[in-house]
Write a protein that binds this ligand. Structure first.
Ligand code: DC
Length: 219
């Protein structure tokens, strides 16, 4: 097994970078943000109290599976864009603050990653979920650049939202993610901190690929 972790704030380019890196390395890929978003989606539709035993049990019994081509299935159903809406975006940080939910998602992430060569992206993967990972990367980028990326992503999917609202969402999530008590967003001590400002996706992937290949030789 070889774990490569990619952590960083919302809109830092984690998903595109992780997907492309995994493809280039011939590794599988898991986006743990999708697990939190799926949990938020289930919560919105369950109408149960977030910390209730009923909801926690429902989460614990939820199955998350990764297929060979890194598609994520929740309770046997392939996850789609229903988890990438502003509605889910607004509540997901609240859910990600709940220690019991983090515990469940951490356990499920470890089960999925077990014995694989895999790139796992999130906020606390290098620090909490897979602290013994072979390579740890922490991606950063300015708020403006991250908001531009997220705005373009919403627009390409036909979501009706103002740029200022996206900036607000990004700043709010940064604050929530980095100040929460459990597993806050921060680089692991031995992480490579990499800024994507002003770089194309191809440049980021190419530079990180070379760094990872070198590191993996020593794992
Ligand atoms: O990467 P994303 O924006 O899709 O993540 C959605 C939310 O999930 C984000 O607010 C932070 C949370 N998250 C987390 O707390 N820990 C992770 N490992 C991954 C995501």
């Amino acid at each position: 097994m070889i774990y490569v972790t990619i952590d960083g704030p919302a809109g830092s380019g984690k998903s595109s970078v992780s997907q492309n890196l995994a493809k280039k390395l011939g590794f599988e890929h898991l986006d743990t943000g999708a697990l939190y978003r799926a949990a938020a989606f289930l919560w919105i539709h369950s109408k149960k109290d977030l910390k209730s035993e009923e909801f926690l049990k429902m989460m614990d019994n939820t199955s998350f599976n990764l297929t060979n081509n890194s598609a994520l299935f929740v309770n046997g159903k392939r996850l789609g864009n229903e988890i990438r809406t502003p509605e889910v975006g607004k509540v997901v940080s609240k859910l990600a603050e709940v220690p019991q939910i983090r515990e469940i998602i951490t356990k499920k992430t470890r089960e999925i990653a077990d014995n694989k060569r895999i790139v796992v992206e999130g906020r606390d993967i290098g620090t909490v979920v897979l602290p013994n990972a072979c390579v740890k990367i922490f991606l950063t980028a300015s708020v403006n650049e991250r908001a531009c990326r997220r705005y373009e992503d919403y627009k390409s999917r036909g979501v009706d939202i103002q740029f200022e609202e996206v900036v607000k969402e990004i700043k709010f999530r940064d604050e929530m993610d980095s100040t929460r008590k459990v597993a806050p967003l921060k680089p692991a001590k031995n992480a490579i901190i990499f800024s994507t400002d002003g770089l194309t996706l191809e440049q980021v992937v190419s530079e990180l690929y070379d760094l990872i290949v070198e590191k993996v030789k020593k794992c």
